[in-house]
Design a protein around this ligand. Sequence first.
Ligand code: HEM
Length: 466
Amino acid sequence: MDFISLCFILSSLIFSFFLINYLLKFSSFGHVKLPLPPGTMGWPYIGETFQLYSQNPNTFFASKVKKYGSIFKTHILGCRCVMISSPEAAKLVLVSKAHLFKPTFPASKERMLGKQAIFFHQGDYHTKLRKLVLRAFMPEAIKNIVSEVESLAVGSLESWEGKLITTFQEMKTYAFNVALLSILGKDEVLYREDLKRCYYNLEKGYNSMPINLPGTLFHKAMKARKELAQILAKILSLRRETKQNYNDLLGSFMGDAEGLTDEQIADNMIGVIFAARDTTASVLTWILKYLAENPSVLQAVTEEQEAIIKDKEKCGEEKSLNWADTKKMPITTRVIQETLRVASILSFTFREAVEDVEFNGYLIPKGWKVLPLFRNIHHSPDNFTEPEKFDPSRFEVAPKPNTFMPFGNGTHSCPGNELAKLEILVLVHHITTKYRWSMMGPQNGIQYGPFALPQNGLPIRLSLRT
Ligand code: HEM
């Protein structure tokens, strides 16, 4: 081979190398192949799981946001993730491009709660379920259960009187009873204890290793789930015999013309209890903590609630609360909003990209998990001044769009938010007007299980107001 041929071959090779490199930079659509968001992926398989769980998860998120900005990549629990903490990005994932990001949960959780439950779905089946769930939880429907919710609140408070209680545990029972009331109406008392026993066994195995062998917590939880479904099937067949119309969630499911199967109904009833109980109980626990720590706010709430009682007496109205009364509680409502913001009990949610998605000049590859970080949005000084301060008066002015999402946003946002607010208002009305509580033990720690909670579930002693 002469020198000229050699030079020709070499220059062809060099040219081909640069050409391939150049082509690799372009996707099949002729666009420049976008870079992944900044960030680190940690060790193979383990990724950065240890860094996340060895400290307060919010410290992990905050340090990443500081280093890389509002969108960054990481690798947690074997999943490649993109975390986002800007209001615009959260809106894109949850609302405007929601069809590109599907809900995602570990398979063991789906098995335990029931594969047909609303949170695991997208598309027509999800739309249909959502319509039925919203029908049972919209203001028009829950207006009629205010006095029953009130009886549950009063009963709970009376049973705690003079005792040292773990606030979260007791609030879980209250929230469970309200959830059952909204699902089964007045029938709930008949099945309350059996359903509670099964649900508590299910809960014990929820965060356990998914090993379905006799003796394991997971196995016991799966057994409890089966029993729950059997009780619900019994209720279903009794209702079919009586042929009455019911305004509760089960009535809404059974009244669907296209018909849901018994399995779909059971999965969604269990799913709603799951979505309704610990969330509402955590918020109530934080409210008691913040009120105890902020005496002037407690005073303002108490005065607002006492004014409602006095007004009702003046007008000769019945003592029990009604829906209109709950609309005359602006200060208490702001306390709930501020608690939802500061406590941000759901620090984030999960989605999965169903195809490659371009966002802000970055590529979010198909199959990657995407986590909108609610807590970071709620705690950013760009969105809320002095974000760590508990100051309900900040909600006298509406927050900037997409900066306040305690109930999520878009197609999967919380259909139970009106019921949650109602049961919180009713309990706060009775606790502030009749009782006082003191916190026992250290008050500064936060535990995540998975919802953010005051340390040890906030032990308190409740006594009648003098
Ligand atoms: C203060 C209490 C509550 C909070 C903070 C809360 C928060 C949320 C959030 C953030 C989501 C959206 C999750 C996501 O996008 O991935 C959600 C969904 C949901 N919530 Fe709530 N929730 C509360 C109470 C309730 C109650 C009382 C019920 C029912 C009675 C309920 C039923 C549901 C259901 C069924 C979904 C799934 C909706 C769907 O996938 O379309 N929640 N909740």
